[in-house]
Design a protein around this ligand. Structure first.
Ligand SMILES: [Mg+2]
Length: 281
């Protein structure tokens, strides 16, 4: 396993796409030196976007969170799986309310898509006729057990679409511990009701396509060979970017540790073009 310097690798690329959790921040907060690395990307006149499986809040609120950690990232540069779900919802006609699992902040996506929302907590079982769609947004903001039972019973009565705005199964909460993420809850319900849900987030390529189209507004000649994806997770960041057809760098500052990287790459067959300790290397 050859570990290279991030600063050297990026010299061959015009555009850098970065995952957020495990790349710019971790459970402690912003990774030390991340702001400096972004500043370096900017000073080299490279474009960049953040591509994150996150439906917890809007681009503006995520930008404000970065700002609190002293990282400046304009809202339009933060592309989230929540935004992809919002775009899908805004193109759909939904009769009735959108029932959501998540925080009040996460429900912004439903309102922005032009639909009426109802939280799973507010929802009472006899009002199932009022619901036209279910969206899994975030793992917080509700009691898991009650919510799952409500949604299972609703979906037994109604053949309505179910959107999963973040397909992640787990997220790290400490150096060795994880918590269940939205995608895991959705898969549980999906297996119980025997239906197919619609998932948003890497490794699907929607966010890569959106970023590419957005970047080509400024630079119509931008070629995929000039774009580099930076991520800490093989089966989301690296697999998604590889499917999209761009080069990848795996950083060892998040989900994939130095000890595990080699055998994980061999056993999954998901192989990054480069490996770096972090974006601060
Ligand atoms: Mg990550």
């Amino acid at each position: 396993m050859k570990i290279q310097s991030f600063k050297e690798i990026i010299s061959d690329y015009d555009t850098i796409l970065l995952d957020s959790y495990g790349v710019l921040k971790n459970y402690h907060g912003i990774i030390s030196g991340a702001e400096e690395s972004l500043r370096n990307i900017r000073s080299l006149n490279k474009r960049y976007r953040i591509l994150t499986n996150d439906a917890s809040s809007s681009q503006e609120k995520l930008s404000a969170k970065f700002a609190r950690g002293d990282i400046t990232i304009k809202p339009h540069r933060i592309i989230t799986s929540g935004l992809m779900a919002q775009r899908f919802l805004s193109s759909k006609q939904i009769i009735g309310k959108v029932l959501y699992l998540g925080t009040d902040d996460s429900a912004d996506f439903i309102v922005r898509a032009g639909h009426k929302k109802i939280s799973v907590t507010e929802f009472s079982d006899d009002a199932y006729e009022d619901v036209g769609c279910v969206v899994f947004l975030d793992d917080e903001g509700f009691d898991m057990n009650t919510a799952i039972n409500k949604v299972v019973n609703l979906l037994r009565k109604r053949a309505i679409p179910v959107i999963v705005a973040n397909s992640d199964l787990i997220y790290p909460v400490a150096s060795n511990d994880v918590s269940i993420a939205t995608g895991a809850l959705a898969r549980l319900v999906e297996s119980i009701v025997g239906r197919k849900f619609i998932y948003y987030g890497k490794p699907d390529i929607q966010m890569f396509l959106y970023a590419y189209e957005d970047l080509r507004k400024d630079d119509p000649d931008l070629h995929k060979s000039k774009i580099l994806m930076v991520g800490d997770t093989l089966h989301t960041d690296i697999l998604g970017a590889t499917k999209f057809g761009i080069d990848t760098v795996l950083v060892l500052s998040g989900n994939t540790s130095k000890v595990d990287a080699d055998w994980m790459i061999k056993s999954t067959g998901i192989s990054p073009d480069y490996i770096c300790e972090s974006i601060v290397s």
